[in-house]
Design a protein around this ligand. Sequence first.
Ligand code: HEM
Length: 181
Amino acid sequence: MTFEILLVVVKATHAAGIIVWSGALLATPGLMAQRPRDSGPDLDRLHRMARRLYVNWASPAAFVAIATGTALIFLRETFVAWFSLKMLVVSALLMVHVGTGVVMLKVFAPEGRIRRVSGVALTASGMISVIAILWVVLAKPAIDVDAIAGALFAPGAFEPGALGRGFRAVGLSSLSPSATP
Ligand code: HEM
């Protein structure tokens, strides 16, 4: 197998893993919101369906996305700043994944119920994470790590007023504490 074919196979598997992982994760809160109040066959069927989606689809797909993503790090040598930003946002998606599992345990407990705010928070944070990851990966923003490190560790960086100077230096003077009346 040539390198190019290997790269295509790993990238396609990465994309497939991401599609199934994100899709299953985003669909789960909506399923949990259907929980009937009373126990019975309807509740049992919904419980089986939601668990199957999470355990049999979302979790293995997350494993596939992460394993192939890790392989791609070495195949594509992505030792660049935007990739660290991507990993930060991927960690947010992982937290949404774990949060969904915790909420599911509570929702399907006897007398369990999903609070509207939990369902909306899970769906919104999942969507924001997925969109943010896609943006970072496709836009590959140029991040000047040297400038950030230079500003962080410049002499006097921890003096009172240094934060405002930093904001003004990067053109965010409205965020500078001295700009507030
Ligand atoms: C631990 C998890 C992950 C790792 C280690 C990882 C790593 C990588 C690497 C190294 C690449 C190759 C970049 C390049 O070719 O320049 C890549 C491509 C890609 N990743 Fe991930 N990834 C992960 C999770 C995700 C997630 C959760 C998403 C979306 C929700 C995602 C979306 C993409 C897309 C769309 C590409 C193709 C970009 C392109 O070809 O330009 N990845 N990933």
